[in-house]
Design a protein around this ligand. Sequence first.
Ligand code: FE2
Length: 374
Amino acid sequence: MADLSARPEVTEGQQTLTKVSAYDKFIAKEGIPNITGFAVDDVRAVEVKPWARLDCLGTYINLDGTAGTNDAYVAEIPPGGKMAPEKHLFEKDIYVLSGRGATVVGDDPNNQTSFEWKEGSIFSIPINVSHRHMNGSGTDPARFLAVTTLPLVLSLFHNEEFVFNNPFAFTDRYGDNRQYQGEGRMYTGNSGRVNVWETNFIPDIETFTTFTWKERGAGGSSVMFELADNTQAAHVSQFPVGTYKKAHRHGPGAHVIIVSGTGYSLLWPPSAKVPEDVIRVDWKRGGLIVPPNDWFHQHFNGGAESARYLAFRWGSQKHGFVFDPGEADMSEKLGGAQIEYEDEHDFIHDTFQETLDKTGTKSKMADFIPRLRS
Ligand SMILES: [Fe+2]
């Protein structure tokens, strides 16, 4: 019997394997920029370059916190322009950053549906359904941010033909055409603590009603979204002037996009020293942060108006998956992944107070942190 523990002899002409992910190979030939790093200051202002495959302008965004599980891109459609039609075997959630336009959906040219969108809309086309985005203005560009599962899907199957030209129809994900007009259904999330709106299209994320989610702290409110029966999910979170949310941690790939307000986030790995190793990211409308896998992160409203963000992320309320956030709104002391206000380092509130003092904004945190009232 052969000794399998021994390193095999190298035979003449034997080649060495080189490792590259199919995703990295794919985006290298896309011919558009790829923004990397920890956060993006303003996705509304990032530079976009001609993108031949989709007949628009674009840039990829691959931030550290995705851990290669999902990605983002910004696409800009010139005035009067139409993007190339496409279908693909990965999920894609879209947030319209500016302008207005329409999307035509359907594999059968004689049986398509369409819907109109504008700045503030979010939507998702069911996986592997043909679609085409077009600008509705002849004078202004239209720009959107997409968060997709392409890195995972393409790296796993490493076959572009399979991913981009696959005849399988996921009819179980289609839903109802009225879902493209903003109709949907409200559910209770599986924790019993959140509301979940299921649809394919939301006309305006900036004004969509949010619901109190006291477990995440300080007067904050949220609403969860299930779009196009995806494994990716979304939510909007709003927090009042003079407040901040509790720190928590979960898996990779949560793209947090600032919709309104100004403030900052603190991020640190569980093994880090607080405050020495804490990273601060200041943000405003258009900011994008992806907290790294299992890092604590905490969002602070540092401005004079309420702050709202949209998150495209793993963690569907319907489809369990390896990157589920788990009990991210429950104290670590109870087996969850959240730091309650009374357990946080004094640095957290002290820094917040210093930030507010610079603008003369009053903190409301004494209502939530007992030590501040003594
Ligand atoms: Fe989070």
